[in-house]
Design a protein around this ligand. Structure first.
Ligand code: S3P
Length: 427
């Protein structure tokens, strides 16, 4: 089986294609709601974006500096990545845009991007607490900044780098803890002048030269490791499994889940390691394994920040205790994933304790979970990853797991349910 294209890379390929002059062609784009929100916004700001009958996407860009004033509010749906990265783009164009989103997105903090982008000269009116709906008045020319990230966030880093594209001079982001580096890789691929210097203590200093001219590219989007994660964990947990997940992106800033699962005793083999679109990729062969609980090193959190919901499910079936710490950022994702997974796994009969910055899980040692009681269902809080993680938990439960709302799955992985039915023989 294969999972759809990487969400982070898909967003960036549409955005950068829309800023290049000429035609960018994208193969393997994730056609999830989040990426479609990005595409709709870039269209509203002047780009032409079309899908052909073979599933290839064609983007005709407007050039850096060429974004047009959108005529209506930009509807970001559930997508934090669209919102924060597009705020970066709009901030240094002489246009005004209003960003709106669903109930989940409207609770998420935007101050982390408002602060640096205000320093560059953009002006914001946001709902209380720096939230959506938010109106951004961009500025050109903007002021280049040097900004040290106060939170480990690829979205904040990327927002500033994208803002730097249309800013005279050099914009610098200092990143004490490395986060996913797709923006850096892709900006270089499109011809931006971008350098990364790594200090002795691992701090990354990323510089981009503004007033950039981007050259259109042919992009192949690798499979999303964050989507593969659900199938990898399902195969580890379900007895008798031997599954190959093809074409999984293994960028080291994304792939820590697979290392953690191996450290827990999971059999995950990399086959045919190769390069796709400037990113390392392999097929993963996964076999059913008895997992053992571990203490997860908080240093790996940024490299698997979206994978904790499904790791918690793996831990719930492991032998012994799994302790996670340093997960504060999980509280401001599509939902508060620490408390949502605490509630969800507890409802399904797992033994889970919530701490300020993580969960402590005492696994069953491989025995099935009871599952959700009749008439009760897991509350997903408009969070696709809670729904998918608990669907995996359902496969290893006696009663099955009932989830209140599966619609959010379409934001990142529209074919999840049919693929899961296929590989688990329930199609
Ligand atoms: C993303 C960065 C991460 C991640 C999100 C995608 C990106 O968010 O959780 O799903 O594409 O840059 P943060 O920057 O908030 O950690």
């Amino acid at each position: 089986m294969a999972v759809p294209g990487d969400k982070s890379i898909s967003h960036r390929s549409v955005m950068l294609g829309a800023l290049a002059v000429g035609e960018t062609r994208i193969t393997g784009l994730l056609e999830g709601e989040d990426v479609l929100s990005t595409a709709a916004a870039m269209r509203a700001m002047g780009a032409t974006i079309e899908r052909d009958l073979n599933g290839m996407w064609h983007v005709h860009g407007v050039g850096v500096g060429g974004l047009l004033q959108p005529q209506q509010a930009l509807d970001m749906g559930n997508s934090g990545t669209s919102t924060r990265l597009l705020m970066g783009l709009v901030a240094t164009h002489p246009i005004t845009a209003t960003f709106v989103g669903d109930a989940s997105l409207s609770k998420r903090p935007m101050g982390r991007v408002i602060d640096p982008l205000s320093t560059m000269g953009a002006d914001f009116t946001a709902a209380p607490g720096g939230r959506l709906p938010l109106t951004l008045r961009g500025i050109s020319p903007a002021v280049p900044i040097e900004y040290r990230l106060p939170v480990a966030s690829a979205q904040v880093k990327s927002a500033i780098l994208l803002a730097g594209l249309n800013t005279p001079g050099i914009t610098t982001v200092i990143e004490p803890v490395p986060t996913r580096d797709h923006s850096e890789r892709m900006l270089r691929g499109f011809g931006a002048e971008l350098t990364v210097e790594i200090d002795g203590d691992g701090t990354r200093v990323i510089r981009v030269r503004g007033e950039a001219e981007l050259r259109p590219q042919n992009i192949v989007v690798p499979g999303d490791p964050s989507s593969a994660a659900f199938f990898v964990v399902a195969a580890l947990l379900v007895e008798g499994s031997d599954l190959v997940v093809e074409n999984v992106g293994l960028n080291p800033t994304r792939a820590a889940l697979f290392d953690v699962l191996r450290a827990m005793g999971g059999s995950i083999e990399e086959l045919d390691r190769r390069d796709v679109g400037g990113e390392p990729v392999a097929d993963l062969r996964v076999r059913h394994s008895q997992l053992i609980g571990i203490d997860v090193d908080p240093a790996v959190v940024p490299s698997m920040v979206d994978e904790f919901p499904v790791l918690f499910v793996a831990a719930a079936l492991a032998r012994g205790r799994t302790v996670t710490t340093g997960l504060e950022e999980l509280r401001v994702k599509e939902s508060d994933r620490i408390s949502a997974m605490h509630a969800a796994l507890t409802l399904a009969g797992a033994s889970v304790t919530e701490t300020e910055d993580g969960l402590i899980i005492d696994g069953t040692g491989g025995d099935l979970l009871p599952g959700t009681p009749d008439g009760a269902s897991v509350v997903t809080h408009l969070d696709h990853r809670i729904a998918m993680a608990m669907a995996v938990a359902g496969l290893v439960s006696r009663n099955g797991v009932e989830v209140d709302d599966t619609r959010p799955i379409a934001t990142s992985f529209p074919v999840f349910e049919s693929l899961l039915a296929q590989v688990s023989g329930n199609a």
